[in-house]
Every structure is written in structure tokens, then in C-alpha cells.
Ligand binder design. Sequence first.
Ligand SMILES: Cc1cc2nc3c(=O)[nH]c(=O)nc-3n(C[C@H](O)[C@H](O)[C@H](O)COP(=O)(O)OP(=O)(O)OC[C@H]3O[C@@H](n4cnc5c(N)ncnc54)[C@H](O)[C@@H]3O)c2cc1C
Length: 390
Amino acid sequence: MINDSYDIIVVGGGPAGTTAARWAALGGASVLLLEKDRELGIPVRCAEAVGWKTLLKYVQPNPQAVTVKLNSVRFIAPDGTEFVFKTDDVGCILNRRIFDHDLGRMAAQAGARIITRAYVNGLVFQSGKIGGVKVSLPDGNKEIKAKIIIAADGVESRVGRWAGIRTHHVPKDLESCYQMTLGGISVNTDYVSCYFGTNVAPGGYAWVFPKDEDTANVGLGISANRSEELKAQDYLERFVEKRFPGASVLACVAGGVPNTKPFKKVHGDGILLAGDAAGQASPLTGGGITNAIAAGKLAGEIACESLKNGSYLEKNLAVYTKKWEDQWGGEHRRLYRIKEVVNKLSDVTLNNAAHILAEIPSEQITLKQVFRTTLARHPKILIDIARCFL
Ligand SMILES: Cc1cc2nc3c(=O)[nH]c(=O)nc-3n(C[C@H](O)[C@H](O)[C@H](O)COP(=O)(O)OP(=O)(O)OC[C@H]3O[C@@H](n4cnc5c(N)ncnc54)[C@H](O)[C@@H]3O)c2cc1C
């Protein structure tokens, strides 16, 4: 039985939504989370890679939710030159079916009520202010009141727009992705592989993220403004045919990833936006799981504080945008600038850069080392890169 009214309604049961619901409930609020799909975490629209140390800042994953621990990243230039980058925090590949379920379970344990097959199709306004949501449930439509809405409805978010918040993505700041989970192949589980080149994934990259020695998430993202001739799926079919001929396709999924500048405002009167709905995924890699969890936690906590203060007007909730901006805005902008530069580099420049990097032992690849070697051997590359900033 769903109540007619809650303190907080969270729309969307991805990592942002379940984390927001958990922290809001832990803060003492009555919380309802509404998810349109039948089950949290399904379908998996994700390559499932996360930075291990960053993840641990927010959640200790159940060991069953971690399929592979990685120790390096392998980059492959357009001409096939490879170099390996080792770091002490490459990360792991999750099983998001289990991981997302666990996040939901934690929210429920904290006291949040979670309902699946609950499609939010509008906001309820009272005297011009947000006062709840309209939801379509298997047994009919319902209006449910809430003091604060947390919109965690992913990249295709409509809730923010209904509230009058600008969440529009220009095509160049949206990656169109396609992924296949391949079985019956042979992959090294020590590293993830990222392939670059205009013929591979224009304005993006292709990934091979191992789930096991014989299974991997193989996908790619291309800039949405470069998908006129060939779609992401066409590029991926070509990629798979070349590198994994005869592989079995265990699953296919298409999806978008925002890689935008930070939104100016991720709050409004009685509403907070979190995760992909707020464009908070990394603009460089497209990774958004931990960003969504971090933003969800902040949104849940701030929603609770606002309830305690009895004030959830736009001016009171502005602290959410400010805190997000203070903690992650600078880094997000830096990654956006790097993405813009990388996308403008020609295949020739990428190849030349890879030739240099391939000469540096993987343990010694630091920015300083790269700069020194490049300056000494191929100063023209630095000029090409500098041009991209102009
Ligand atoms: C192909 C692909 C590969 C990716 N690989 C990675 C990766 O390796 N690592 C990484 O960190 N990130 C990756 N990402 C990005 C990552 O999946 C997202 O950034 C992350 O899931 C964002 O979490 P979220 O909670 O904001 O949104 P989501 O996980 O998208 O959750 C939003 C939820 O809201 C629900 N919803 C939407 N509208 C409504 C509505 N009206 N009513 C009720 N419910 C609604 C949806 O059903 C969904 O469950 C990838 C994305 C794609 C598309």
C-alpha cells in the first residue's frame, strides 16, 4: 500500500536514486522511490567499470558484485600502436545487476519504500510550486504528494525539464553508445582496453572491459553529432567482426551518456537533480556510476536538512548546486576541456603520441615524463595539441 504523501519522492532506481533514497531515509525522512522498470539494475546499460578507491569512499560493495579487479589500462591508437598505463587505482568491473540491487536493498534497510513498475509521467503543482508526482502503476494512475522531489531519472531525464530546469544536451555533448556482452572469447582480466580512431569511434572510443577470461563488455560511444552516416551499432558491428570474429553475443544494449559541461543549476523549487539526470557523468570517460552515487548521497542529505529547516524553496536548495560545484565542478570542467581537445586530435597526432608513450615504461608514464619525452622527440605534437585549445 502506497501512502498519499511522503517527505521525499525519488524518481529513478539507478545508483543516484537508490543512494539518494538511502541517505534521505537515514536522515529521518519518509521516502518513496519510484522506478519504471520491473527490476532495479535491469536492463544493464553499462560497461560496469568503476575506480575502486573512489567507489569505496561511498559504498563497500558486496564481493559478489565485483567480477574482476584490474591493474592497468591498455590504449590502442588508430594505427594499432599500444601502450599500457598502470596505476594503483585502475578499478574493477562490477556486476551491476547485483550492485544496483544491493544499493536498493541498502535504501530499503534505511527505511525507504521502493516501488518498481512505477512510471512517473508528470509533476503535481500546487499554487505554482511542485507538490508531488503523477505516477502510472500496474493498477492505475495516482498522484502522490511530496515536499521534495529528487530527479534521478537518468540521461533521458524529463523530470528536471518539467520543473523548468535547463537539462538540454547539445549533440556534441552526448555520446551515443552501443554495447555487446560477448562470450566465447579470450580476454586478459588484468586490464581494460580502449581503442581510438575516426574509423573506430569518432568523437569517442571503443572499450573491451573483461568480465571473465572468456566474457567481456565490448562497446563504443560516438559523439551524437557524428552519427549521421554510421550509427554506434554499425561501428561496433565492424569492430567486433574484426577483433572478435565468431564471438557469441550474450546481450546488446544501446544508450546515451552525457559528457557536458556542468549544468548551471541542478536544483529548483522543491526539486534536486542527481546523476545522469544532472549531467554529472565524467565528460572524458563517460563513467557515471560513482558520480551518481556521490551526487545521490549529497542530494539525499541536503533534502533532509532542508526538511528539518522547513525550507525547500529554490533559494534554500541552492546549497546543493553550490556544494556539487565546490566539490566536483572544477574537476568536471577540467575533464570537459580535455575531452574537447582529445576529440579534435587527428588520427596522425594520436598515432604519434602513442609512438612516444609506447617507448616509456608503463610504470613511468606520468604527465611530466610524457611532456619531457614529447618535447625532446616530437615537439610538433605539442603544437598540434596546443592548437586544439585555441
Ligand atoms: C553503454 C554504456 C556504458 C557505460 N559504461 C559505464 C562504465 O563502465 N562505468 C561507469 O561508471 N559508467 C558507465 N556508463 C554510465 C552509467 O551507466 C551511468 O552514468 C549511471 O548508470 C548513472 O546512474 P543514474 O542513477 O544517474 O541513472 P541510471 O542508472 O540511468 O538510472 C535511472 C533510472 O531511472 C529510471 N527512470 C527513468 N525515467 C523514469 C520515470 N519517468 N519514472 C520512473 N523511473 C524512471 C530508469 O529506468 C533507470 O532505472 C555507461 C553508460 C552506457 C550507456
